[in-house]
Design a protein around this ligand. Structure first.
Ligand SMILES: Nc1ncnc2c1ncn2[C@@H]1O[C@H](COP(=O)(O)OP(=O)(O)O)[C@@H](O)[C@H]1O
Ligand SMILES: [Mg+2]
Length: 244
């Protein structure tokens, strides 16, 4: 679904990505792990065309989008749903209005009853049926994340991007978010890319893991393969989490 080929990106003298190669298979949940500041968000922004590489290629759904201008990139971005670190709900709108927001922006032909029906369907997917009337301030952290997911899938994207979905959550909410990522894959058959420094959570949800270190993906594979990695940094990074 996404291919990154030999991607380089620097900011001034700061070389952040130094030849990243990544394949995100259709229907997979691919997790990119790496320390804080290693360039995970920079890599994700290239998938959305919010940043352009110094060299290398970004291919989305079979289309080389590297040279696309803003107008064409807007269309490509329609294939993506984003789940942000802070769930980024609008505090002044209730849950129903939050989830409906992308529909009101992009599907202006839809009438109110149709919008209500789609919103109810998406809330059911995240096991939050009937909470349209609640305000974001009345929700727990985990519930806010799930509402954020309902909103992210409301336009039926092909790919879901999660940037640090469990950062700052307590263990129970972290579990709920992990369940949510897995059920999005099972129920929607969607391709997910998750960026995280939370190893335990990453290994629970991933079908494919890649480790970003010093500007390259030093190792990638199934969670089991990565656990047995020969790469010294991967070993060190994982050893704090797994008794290996
Ligand atoms: N727009 C930008 N301009 C300049 N430097 C940036 C920009 N975005 C990210 N960086 C730098 O790139 C590096 C990686 O950042 P980031 O991708 O946010 O890390 P993380 O892995 O924590 O998500 C950092 O050194 C950061 O300062
Ligand atoms: Mg980041």
């Amino acid at each position: 679904m996404i291919q990154i080929k030999d991607l380089y990106k620097s900011f001034g003298g700061n070389q952040v990505l130094k030849g990243v190669n990544l394949e995100v298979p259709r229907g997979s949940t691919s997790v990119i792990i790496g320390g804080s500041g290693s360039g995970k968000s920079v890599l994700m922004k290239h998938m959305l065309g919010l940043l352009k590489p110094d060299s290398g290629q970004v291919i989305v759904d079979g289309e080389d989008v590297t040279g696309f201008g803003e107008r064409k990139m807007v269309q490509v971005r329609g294939k993506f749903g984003m789940v942000f670190q802070q769930s980024a709900l609008f505090d002044s709108m209730n849950v129903g209005e939050n989830v409906a927001f992308p529909l009101r922006e992009h599907r202006k032909e839809l009438k109110d009853p149709e919008i209500k029906k789609i919103v109810a369907e998406k809330l059911a997917i995240v096991d939050l049926t009937g909470i349209e009337h609640l305000m974001p301030s009345e929700l727990s952290g985990g519930m806010r994340k799930r509402v954020g997911l309902a909103r992210a899938v409301v336009l039926d994207p092909k790919i879901l991007l999660y940037d640090e979905p469990t950062t700052g959550l307590d263990p129970i909410s972290t579990n709920a978010v992990d369940e949510m990522i897995m059920s999005a894959q099972e129920r929607l058959g969607i391709t997910s890319v998750v960026i995280s420094h939370d190893i335990a959570s990453s290994f629970r949800v991933a079908t494919h893991v890649a480790m970003l270190f010093e500007g390259v993906l030093v190792d990638q594979g199934s969670p089991d393969e990565l656990r047995k990695s020969k790469h010294p940094y991967v070993n060190e990074f994982l050893s704090t989490w797994f008794d290996r």
